[in-house]
Design a protein around this ligand. Structure first.
Ligand SMILES: NC(=O)c1ccc[n+]([C@@H]2O[C@H](COP(=O)([O-])OP(=O)(O)OC[C@H]3O[C@@H](n4cnc5c(N)ncnc54)[C@H](O)[C@@H]3O)[C@@H](O)[C@H]2O)c1
Length: 367
């Protein structure tokens, strides 16, 4: 009997029954290698997507969901009566029948929750951005390595068909040497109380950029402004890479329209990815500019190339489903995820540099 270890909250459906608590040790001893048992902390806006996708995987079982809000837990209970529910995350840490914990709570809580999970021997799936500081990210990376546990940071877009296709086109040399990456992610809201638009929206673009441009970034310049609640709500981030490659991200919570468009320019081809398009999300343009010297050194011959446009097929499978399946696979087969703690740290470093530069009205921050 261990009800003092696992206090039950008063919920109509899906609550942790006494039999379940008594049964925990037994089930832990019956652990099969083919199934990853997950506990999820946080069932606000994004948590339901994480639970739904974990729940839909064959080699995964969502054992428990924790949220401080009993209203949130009631929603879980209605949708998944078999999932245990709790308001106290330490119950997940102590549960021997949980192998991995997903941290789907606000950014400032990621470090403490992920650290506690790792310390208790659980693999962790942490929402973007990984942590609030690069020091925190380094602590978690070291802890996971020491305990031989996986960290995966939710860089969701890396698992969508569009980014997969773009990476193929870049790696395969279709675009030629890259000139620039320019991403726009703007809409009206959703205002966050605890973080700026940089920490809320730019992790998406910066993680995509980090995946597509394999060079190490050299410096960041960011400008922007805060108009409503003390956090920047409009930001323009420029990232300098070697070989003259330039990255740019425009994030904005004060835009009247929603735009999700990325332009990637290469010497040989250029592409536009419009994520709001239902079908032809990516269009590749055989366009470019050639400049050659004329007879005198002052003569520049500029020629423009304007050839075909084509729309490659893009896989439409939900990115989060692919990503969570990959998380489970990395645990079962002891693989290091491409979006591991190091990838999370690279994005946090870009966010910190952007924030510093933005506060200094566009100073150059070296990385
Ligand atoms: N990958 C994506 O596309 C994507 C999209 C949206 C949000 N997110 C990320 O997901 C995270 C959560 O964002 P959200 O919009 O769902 O936030 P939210 O505020 O809507 O939900 C957070 C939930 O966590 C619960 N919570 C907070 N601290 C807790 C604790 N210590 N123990 C138990 N429960 C706790 C809250 O009660 C709330 O229900 C953030 O890191 C955000 O950046 C990612």
């Amino acid at each position: 009997m261990n009800s003092d270890k696992f206090p039950v909250i008063d919920l109509p459906a899906g609550g942790w029954s006494q039999e379940e608590f008594d049964d925990l040790e037994l089930r832990a001893s019956q652990r099969t290698t083919g199934v990853v048992r997950v506990g999820v902390i946080g069932y606000g806006y994004w948590g339901p997507n994480v639970v739904r996708n974990f729940h839909g995987l064959e080699d995964c079982r969502v054992v428990a969901v924790c949220d401080k809000s009993t209203d949130a837990l009631r929603r879980v209970g209605r949708a998944y009566p078999q999932i245990r529910l709790t308001t106290d995350f330490t119950e997940l840490l102590k549960s021997p029948d949980i192998d991995a914990i997903a941290v789907v709570t606000p950014v400032w809580t990621h470090f403490d929750l992920a650290k506690a999970a790792l310390e208790n021997g659980k693999h962790v799936f942490v929402e973007k951005p990984f942590t609030s500081t690069s020091e925190q990210a380094e602590v978690l990376i070291e802890l996971a390595a020491r305990k031989n546990l996986k960290i995966m940071v939710d860089h969701t877009f890396l698992f969508g068909g569009a980014v997969k296709k773009i990476r193929e086109l870049v790696d395969g040399g279709t675009l030629g040497p890259l000139y620039y990456f320019d991403s726009t992610r703007v809409n009206l809201g959703l205002f966050q109380h605890d973080v700026s638009v940089v920490w809320d929206l730019a992790p998406h673009d910066l993680s995509i950029m980090d995946h597509i441009i394999t060079e190490k970034p050299e410096a960041v310049v960011a400008t922007g402004g805060q108009h409503l609640n003390g956090h920047a709500d409009v930001a323009f981030i420029t990232v300098y890479y070697p070989r003259n490659i330039i990255g740019h991200v425009n994030v904005n919570w004060l835009s009247p329209v929603k735009v999700r468009t990325t332009l990637i320019g290469g010497k040989d081809k250029m592409l536009v990815w419009n994520d709001l398009e239902a079908d032809e999300k990516i269009k590749v343009y055989d366009k470019g500019v050639n400049i050659t010297n004329g007879q005198s050194v002052y003569d520049l011959l500029v020629s423009y190339r304007s050839g075909d446009v084509w729309a490659p097929r893009v896989d439409q499978t939900e990115a989060l489903k692919v990503e969570l399946g990959y998380f489970v696979d990395c645990i079962l087969n002891d693989r290091t995820p491409l979006n591991d703690g190091e990838a999370g740290l690279r994005v946090v470093r870009l966010l910190e540099a952007s924030e510093k530069s933005l506060k200094e009205r566009g100073s150059i921050v070296s990385l």
